[in-house]
Design a protein around this ligand. Structure first.
Ligand SMILES: Cc1ncc(COP(=O)(O)O)c(C=O)c1O
Length: 219
């Protein structure tokens, strides 16, 4: 498998730390470590103070995996894997997809979400937003484009780069369509919590829907 160069990374390698004004930041301004650690409570503060900068378990620190599992309904720490986001995309898509699968993916977007799919020899259907309708992604597109070999729908809401956030009703429809056609969903929730109104926040998606024993759950 040979993946094409990651354009955004190459762009930032060239300009991010060399120009006077950066109008294309990919991240928000970071917080100082001391500020973040000042929020730690008496239980977690010693964990930070005594943190050893060595290897931990390859699946991730057990305590962290337990804490993450608590954020979801019905999973245990054994089902949690700690990765950096990009690595998670790579592992998930490699595990789920096989050459020749048809995949629907929000587009334009973060390059890895469709590029890895293409490098695996899959056929990517671009799900594009409507410029005149406030960058809405029309859910009906999914029903129209799903084929017998569609294995996965990939979406990223709030969406990079448009910021589009579907209504909860539309989001539910996406899930229903995926369930009806027995298609996995991959929900990139990188920008969850950046919603302008927290009431609009969409649920986290936990699992795919393809295997019969993995009923779709989201919290
Ligand atoms: C939609 C989306 N998913 C995933 C990532 C990956 O994040 P990271 O570079 O921290 O691995 C990004 C980063 O910009 C992103 O925009």
């Amino acid at each position: 498998m040979k993946i094409k160069p990651f354009e955004l990374g190459r762009y930032f390698a060239k300009y991010e730390f060399s120009v006077k004004y950066l109008l294309s930041s990919s991240d928000c301004d970071g917080l100082a470590q001391s500020e973040v650690l000042s929020w730690a409570d008496s239980e977690t503060k010693p964990l930070w103070d005594n943190l050893k900068l060595g290897y931990t378990e390859s699946l991730g620190l057990p305590l962290l995996r337990e804490e993450i599992a608590k954020m979801y309904k019905g999973i245990s720490a054994d089902e949690v894997l700690i990765t950096v986001p990009e690595e998670g995309i790579f592992i998930a898509l490699n595990s789920l997809l096989d050459k020749g699968d048809h995949v629907i993916c929000t587009w334009p977007g973060y390059q890895s979400l469709y590029e890895i799919v293409e490098s695996l020899g899959c056929d990517v259907e671009k799900w594009q937003p409507s410029e005149k309708d406030n960058w809405e992604f029309d859910v009906n597109f999914l029903e129209e484009k799903i084929k017998p070999n569609t294995k996965l729908i990939i979406f990223n809401f709030p969406h990079n780069p448009t910021g589009y956030l579907p209504t909860k009703e539309d989001f539910q429809k996406i899930i229903e369509i995926a369930k009806k056609h027995n298609v996995h969903v991959f929900s990139d929730e990188m920008y969850r919590f950046l919603e302008l109104n927290s009431e609009d926040r969409l649920p986290r998606i936990l699992r795919g829907v393809r295997e019969s024993d993995l009923t779709f759950r989201y919290v």
